[in-house]
Design a protein around this ligand. Structure first.
Ligand code: ATP
Length: 294
């Protein structure tokens, strides 16, 4: 954007401009990838009219690497049925988070395709993709601005009643109602310092407002104390309820009740099945489970 265009846009469409920034923050990881020459999905690119029919998420013979010639995923195929929960497990560095980013449309595969219903994610506009699929992790949760601004990033037209309902849905209305300035409270750097748990609740409330039907959840090792973590897990469980979930499980206990567990090893899916099936198959998952239990 040139300065003139920026000012013009600020005058006619300030909310759109903020949303555009938000898009750029969301794809910060992608920009980093651009520096190292990866083909990625740029905000604003793609076919804005392409709306998927159907909610099934599918990876078809997907190959991907951050650098040309170094494959992180090779010939990965899988399918996540609407309303079900899939857990990705496997050793560190196997490619779980990378696969999650491809399923969320953050990166485009080098070969093969990732589809949502009948639409290929990499051909859809990034902002369209995010209406359907969201990537949830523990990064960049609070931006400079009021609590209201932070929530409205998810839906610019949401009224205060909806914002409070979203905060209530993630058990954040208690502390938020105790704030002197309520939704006008400035948060982010320079504003009210939110605890890590509160910041994550704000991010979850944004999810409730955005209401995507599919979530890719990167369960990064939590920095929270056990009590806050349990509280947040309950809020998260409510947000996940009824949605399609792909959970990148860094801890096995969050994986075992998934409908399907995919074991990722060395950029490939080596096993696929329910906990009971995989334990009975006595392969890599069973070994992981035994060592975790032992
Ligand atoms: P963990 O459980 O430790 O998070 P993971 O199975 O999720 O591991 P990935 O994070 O997908 O594995 O990493 C797979 C490979 O890709 C690793 O070799 C990692 O170093 C590399 N990698 C991951 N992210 C990037 C990136 N943004 N740029 C370049 N290489 C990356």
């Amino acid at each position: 954007l040139t300065t003139g265009a920026l000012i013009a846009q600020m005058l006619v469409d300030p909310v759109g401009l903020i949303l555009r920034w938000y898009d750029e923050l969301q794809v910060a990881q992608v920009s980093l990838a651009r520096l190292v020459g990866v083909r990625d999905i740029e905000p604003g690119a793609g076919d804005a009219a392409l709306v998927p029919d159907g909610r099934r998420v599918r990876a078809e013979r997907v190959r991907f690497g951050y650098r040309e010639g170094v494959d992180v995923l090779r010939t990965v195929s899988l399918e996540v049925a609407p309303g079900t929960r899939m857990a990705l497990v496997g050793p560190s560095g196997a490619g779980k988070s990378t696969l999650g980013r491809l399923l969320a449309g953050i990166y485009a595969p080098r070969d093969g395709r990732v589809t949502l219903g009948d639409a290929e994610l990499s051909r859809m506009a990034a902002e369209r993709v995010r209406e359907h699929v969201a990537l949830v992790n523990q990064e960049h949760h609070v931006f400079v601005g009021s609590l209201r601004d932070n929530l409205r990033l998810a839906r610019a037209d949401a009224g205060d009643a909806e914002l409070w309902a979203a905060l209530g849905a993630v058990d954040a209305d208690g502390w938020a109602r105790a704030l002197d300035d309520g939704l006008d409270t400035e948060v982010g750097s320079g504003g009210l310092p939110l605890t890590p748990a509160q910041a994550q609740q704000v991010a979850l409330a944004r999810l409730v407002l955005a209401d995507p039907h599919t979530l890719v959840l990167d369960e990064a090792t939590s920095l929270l104390d056990p009590r806050a973590a349990r509280h947040l897990e309950r809020s998260l469980a409510r947000v996940l309820d009824g949605r399609t979930v792909v959970a990148i499980a860094h801890r096995l206990h969050t994986a075992h009740d998934a409908d399907v567990i995919a074991v990722v090893e060395n950029g490939r899916i080596s096993e696929l099945g329910s906990h009971d099936e995989l334990v009975a198959a006595n392969g890599a998952y069973a070994a992981l489970w035994r060592s975790w239990h032992g």
